[in-house]
Design a protein around this ligand. Structure first.
Ligand SMILES: Cc1ncc(COP(=O)(O)O)c(C=O)c1O
Length: 365
């Protein structure tokens, strides 16, 4: 607290990112990074960038990268916006496209950065409850709004909705922007990008942090009608003309062009997810069907916080949200390497086995 702060700062409740532990040897399954590092072509591209050219500013409009994204998705470069992580792209979308008189709508259980952006930019918002099965029901969004945003698949549930539902939302909502945050789309959800050519009110955001193993490089992008992209660019150029440095641009291009490496790590993550789900179900966990590189699971005999603490004692970090109450018993678990997933399942087996005969209230020591 300081008298030097602007009034808006007093009212902020900043986003709290998942822990990035400084301790070595932790099994880190808490922030949905890819357990496999970037491919050799990315490393080569980064090394090539480490030279004299670093004295020069990077390309402010990231032409090569926007072209690489456009090629990958079959759109035009002018339909692509890139930013310093999809968090930055989303922040600009809130300011450029979702700040209107009517409230922006998003699920009550979702990516917790959305309300943070609203408070930062003074945007009214309304949280729309997920169903009892923790699903997004698009009919609930058919009400006056200044925009709609949701992740598909949703985080932290991992559940996704189909393109038919998104299309009906876009049709019914033609006078405001619908942002589909596809941070985890590559793990089994159908992308809404093909709808962009038919719906000028659709913006789809992606990240290279998850399926492309580049959380440390901070690259995200949005695809949408060129007018939406121009709105984002106007905000970007009123904030930071060079959000992506030379390393980020070069590494992202190399990652997007290396489909073979992407396919290899994707296959391993998908296989580990399948096995982890079945191992956890065998231990009595309820696992929400996931189309992401994480799962959302609870055990009827345990409090979520208790399991998270016990795992931490065994050097395994997962994500637990104590609010809202209806997800407090769930854990969000990132899919790790096969060895990490096997270790997790075996430690959970010990925890569940030791407590199997005790009632829930006596599980905590
Ligand atoms: C739903 C969702 N959207 C966006 C992001 C931001 O990703 P990044 O800023 O790393 O691109 C995350 C990160 O975890 C996320 O879970």
């Amino acid at each position: 607290m300081s008298r030097f702060w602007s009034p808006v700062v007093h009212g902020l409740t900043p986003y709290v990112p998942g822990e990035q532990p400084k301790l070595a040897n932790l099994v880190k399954l808490n922030t949905n990074e890819n357990p496999y590092g970037p491919g050799p072509k990315v490393i080569e591209a980064l090394r090539a960038e480490a030279g004299d050219a670093l004295r020069l500013y990077p390309d402010p409009v990231s032409d090569r990268l926007r072209q690489a994204v456009a090629t990958r998705h079959g759109v035009k470069p002018e339909q692509v916006f890139v930013g310093n992580g999809s968090d930055e792209v989303l922040a600009h979308a809130f300011q450029a496209l979702l700040k209107h008189e009517a409230p922006v709508l998003f699920p009550d259980i979702t990516y917790s950065f959305y309300p943070v952006y609203c408070r930062l930019y003074g945007i009214e918002y309304r949280e729309i409850p997920l169903t009892n099965a923790l699903e997004i029901r698009v009919e609930d969004y058919l009400q006056p709004n200044g925009g709609v945003i949701f992740p598909n698949p949703n985080a932290p549930t991992g559940r996704s909705i189909g393109l038919g539902a998104i299309e009906s939302l876009l049709r019914a909502n033609a006078s405001s922007v619908v942002v589909v945050d596809e941070a985890y789309v590559n793990f089994g959800t159908e992308s809404a990008v093909p709808l962009v050519s038919r719906f000028p009110n659709l913006l789809v955001t992606h990240t290279l942090s998850k399926s492309r193993s580049l959380a440390g490089l901070r690259v995200g992008y949005a695809i949408g009608d060129r007018d939406l992209i121009e709105g984002l660019t106007r905000v970007k150029d009123s904030f930071n003309s060079y959000p992506l440095d030379r390393f980020a641009q070069a590494g992202a291009v190399a990652a997007l062009e290396d489909e073979a490496y992407f396919a290899e790590t994707w296959r391993k993550v998908m296989e580990s997810r399948r096995k982890l789900v079945s191992d956890l179900q065998a231990l009595g966990f309820e696992v929400i069907p996931s189309t992401a590189n994480f799962i959302f699971a609870r055990h009827p005999a345990f409090e979520g916080m208790d399991i998270a603490r016990r795992l931490r004692e065994r050097s395994i970090v997962v994500r637990h949200f104590s609010k809202p109450a209806r997800i407090a018993d769930y854990l969000r678990i990132t899919i790790g390497t096969q060895a990490q997933c096997d270790l997790l399942a075996s430690v959970l087996g010990e925890i569940a086995g030791a407590a199997a005969s005790r009632p829930r209230s006596s599980v905590s020591p």
